[in-house]
Design a protein around this ligand. Structure first.
Ligand SMILES: [Zn+2]
Length: 135
C-alpha cells in the first residue's frame, strides 16, 4: 500500500524527518482512506483553534506533516469558513468525526484519534505507559 494518495493532504514544505519536538499527532486507524483523513483533519483543526500543524499517521505509521495554513489554502470549505473570522459558530454537528485527545502525564506527547478507532489505548512513544484521554 502506497502513501502517495495522502500526499494531497501533506504540506510538502514541512518534512517529517526529523520529526519536530512536541508536535501533536493525528493517529488514524489502519486502512483509513484519504477522504476520511481529510474529514478527520478538518474536525481536529476545527475543534482545536490553537493547533497549527500536526503529524498525520495511519495505523501508527507516519505519512507526513500537514498544517492549518496548507489545508486552508487547499480550499477546505469548512476550514475556510472558520478562517473568515466573522464569529461564525463551529459547525459541530456536521463533523463526521469526534476527536479523542490523548496526552502523556509525564512528557509533552499529544496524540489524537477519531472516535471510531477500535484499537487499544495509545501508549507514550517515550516509554511512559498509556496516554491519558483528555476530557
Ligand atoms: Zn511520555
Amino acid at each position: 500500500m502506497s502513501d502517495e494518495k495522502f500526499d494531497i493532504l501533506l504540506d510538502a514544505s514541512r518534512p517529517a524527518e526529523p520529526l519536530p519536538d512536541g508536535i501533536p499527532v493525528l493517529d488514524l486507524p489502519p486502512g483509513h482512506r484519504v477522504d476520511d483523513a481529510a474529514d478527520a483533519l478538518e474536525s481536529l483543526f476545527l475543534t482545536d483553534r490553537t493547533l497549527e500543524d500536526v503529524v498525520l499517521c495511519v495505523g501508527g505509521r507516519i505519512v507526513g506533516i500537514t498544517t492549518r495554513a496548507y489545508l486552508t489554502g487547499l480550499g477546505s470549505p469548512v476550514l475556510r469558513s472558520v478562517g473568515d473570522g466573522d464569529g461564525a459558530t463551529l459547525p459541530g454537528e456536521s463533523l463526521r468525526y469526534e476527536i479523542l485527545r490523548y496526552r502523556c502525564p509525564s512528557c509533552d506527547v499529544r496524540l489524537n484519534r477519531v472516535h471510531v478507532d477500535t484499537r487499544s489505548a495509545p501508549r507514550c512513544p517515550n516509554g511512559h505507559g498509556d496516554l491519558e484521554l483528555q476530557r
